[in-house]
Write a new protein. Sequence first.
Length: 427
Amino acid sequence: MASAFEKGIQFTDGQYLSKEELQAHFNLDDVESLWSGIQEYRSLFREDLPARSTSGLPYYVVLTRDLALRLARDEGRLYRALVASIRLHPAVISRLRFSSLCSHLELISTYYDLGVTRPQIEALVDGKPSDDLKTGLLFNFAKEVAQLWEEPTEVNPDFADRINASLLNEEMDKVKAQPSRIQPLFRILESEEQLPLLMRFLLVFFWFSSAQPYEFYCELTSAFLAEAYLADKGFEFLPFCLNLSSLYLNKNQELIKSTNLAIKTRDVTYYIRTALPLFEESLEQLEADLERAKRENAAFISPNRRPVPVLGRAGRLARQAKPEEPVSDDRANQLLQAYPVLRPFQVEFYLNHCRTGEFYTLRQFQEAERVVYETARTSMELLANLGFYHKTKSGKKFTYTPIPRTQIEGKKAGEQPSEGEEEAKGA
């Protein structure tokens, strides 16, 4: 008969069962020895969160290797979606943003039974307020999204208060969340070296469901905050193109059950394992939307214009970078114009760390640009996904080596790869 520890592997890496579910599975009342083995196995992967339940004990997550890999794969998919989006023509991006926001507002209208029509919603997204009082919530939501797209802001408790106040059309002081109900969430969001990015993102929804920091429009505030958090991590407008309604509006019974179980046991793994497939469904939908956008993009490409290759693999297209050249404002501006998703400090790091054949680390990025670990990690992930660096694992840490570049870094949005670039991708 399998040992209790082996059962721990079976009911953690496979089905993640609670004690009650274990009793039902074996049709036994006494499962103490089995449960002890399962808890012993789970303790190997346990991470306490910097937030406490009503019992005064910390919430925790069991971050097994399989769960960590799944979160990493999904984060990689999101980065690839970002790369696909920045290759689109600005007009196509504008359509994608407009359509996504309209669909988002339609879902909100349906959930709150506002009865606002699609033409009304499109007018609101265009910035045209309506005399119809039912449209006020939708207009305020759209206005905040547009403002965030134009002026990215730091995501903190004051930001959450501002969003909730805006949705209610109230002053911030009248809706300010109690510190004990909102600050623990931001301690979780700052646990950059402890928890994967997408786990922190999903925990925004869990925290709002459990702590209820606001009396009204708590669900909408959680969605806006979670999307803004991803946007602040370098994903720009893309999070607002995700249909996340199943995580905060139209919750199914399984998600509600897992939320309650996580609150009861303090083990938020139950919630994460239920919410993650719902996020993956929205990510799959976004990938399909981007595929359609790519087809639209073809209409904006001149058949007479020869594409300019930018980055290739294994140096087949590229001339070797010359790090001894002084970094000029012109080179930095070229990259910023060609890759609007990049920020100046990311471009600065690349231009000062582009010697082919050498390896760079996240710590070097942190020290060079004076940023926290998570900013360094997401920046290097973005640069790697854009093709500036090749990412490899050396021992327990990742290293990044520059990929030799082609003629000029100025690939315009919407241009297609050249034959040589396609060959390099297939290499």
